[in-house]
Design a protein around this ligand. Structure first.
Ligand SMILES: [Zn+2]
Length: 170
């Protein structure tokens, strides 16, 4: 297992739509292991393959620090098949440092995908797990939380990044 580098906005790979996994083999399972280790290493509750520069539709989540009822979830080719109830949820992202914004999400989703063992899985999720699933599935579609906030807030964030970069450069 290995801790991978997490790409940060505005890296171009974060904007790319990831491709379906055709065959679930050892290579995919190794990616899942590395992503899991990377997620835990950075104290995240979710990670998508695009965040570590991989273009496959793979996500891992573990929302147990917020909701101990749930453990590690790894999904290949995940998709939301139904959703209900609007909610505004304050979110951050490992790829968008120093950004915490209210995002419009659904409180409940129904998701399907494949397990790392290659089995089809389908389940309903509610609350933080549902929100984390939407956040990670956004990632593999090339969508960041910055794409879900107002243009004004996005510009403020960009300005903040520029300022930070200048300060770091001295
Ligand atoms: Zn994220």
């Amino acid at each position: 297992m290995a801790v991978l580098e997490i790409l940060k906005y505005p890296h171009a790979k974060l904007k790319k739509r990831c491709v379906e996994v055709e065959e679930i083999d050892e290579d995919v399972r190794k990616l899942i292991q590395d992503m899991t280790e990377t997620m835990y290493d950075s104290n995240g509750v979710g990670l998508a393959a695009s965040q570590v520069g991989d273009s496959r539709r793979v996500i891992v989540l573990d929302v147990s620090p917020i909701d101990p009822l749930h453990g590690l979830v790894a999904l290949i080719n995940p998709e939301i098949i139904s959703e209900e109830e609007d909610i505004d949820h304050e979110e951050g992202c490992l790829s968008v440092p120093d950004c915490l914004e209210k995002i419009k999400r659904k409180l409940k989703v129904h998701v399907r995908g494949m397990s790392p063992e290659g089995r089809p899985v389908e389940f309903g999720a509610e609350g933080i797990l549902a929100i984390a699933l939407q956040h990670e599935i956004d990632h593999i579609n090339g969508i960041l939380i910055l794409d879900r906030i107002s243009g004004l807030k996005r510009n403020l964030y960009r300005d903040k990044l520029k300022k930070k970069k200048k300060e770091e450069e001295g």
